[in-house]
Design a binder for this molecule. Sequence first.
Ligand code: HPA
Length: 266
Amino acid sequence: MNLTVNYIQGKTDGFKPEIGIILGSGLGDFADDFKSVIIPYSEIPGFENSQVQGHKGQLVFAKIHGKNVVMMQGRYHFYEGYSMQTVTYPVKIMKKLGIKTLIITNAAGAVNENFTPGDLMFITDHINFMGTNPLIGKNDDTLGTRFPDMSEIYSKDLIKKASQIADKLQIHYKKGVYAATTGPSYETPAEIKMFRLLGASAVGMSTAPEAIVANYCGLKVLGISCLTNYAAGVTENALNHQEVIDTANKVKENFKTLLSEIIKQM
Ligand code: HPA
């Protein structure tokens, strides 16, 4: 970990980020708007080279509204075959670089039948249905404790703040529980029905591992889902990745405005 941190600090001239942002599918170009230092994951010792449609795979460092921010343009997914260690390693590194808050974004399917594609959803909690946990293995006591509490992974305080900002900007939002699956196959209608019965409002293939590790490290977490499609079985339609990208693209401007304002008022 020291090797990674030292490498990044060498490249960024001692820049100390206070906020970390993981940019999900279709939302990555938020980072393009800011003057910055860019480091591709492939160059960072300890990082692996991420490749998935709609993702870039680089760290972007920028000052936004006077705040030092590090952004992940693209993330590692468990479904790509990466270990949970690889998926969550960047969160640990951002923590070591000095961030106090992590904003995690993603694209997700709408499980709640009252939610519609294009909605933004503040994540109030999650159900980790990935069948594993990113903290399995020897504990690193410099980061957190062996059995960390998870009763408030997603900061109520940040949700409140973000909601007020969205209200002011007249950007519609929902709040709800995110169910995390491994993917890469989309869920079956029966699985979506199950998630709905369990209290989930959205479903996706990321976020839970990073959020668990962030909370374990003592970071405040804000999770925002862009609901890109109705989850399986909500309508008669089949699901496809293009729809996810297309909806994320449509919501992008609102999303960027919201994110920017949240950073400003953090
Ligand atoms: N299911 C799982 N992951 C997703 C979906 C979905 O419907 N949409 C975007 N990511």
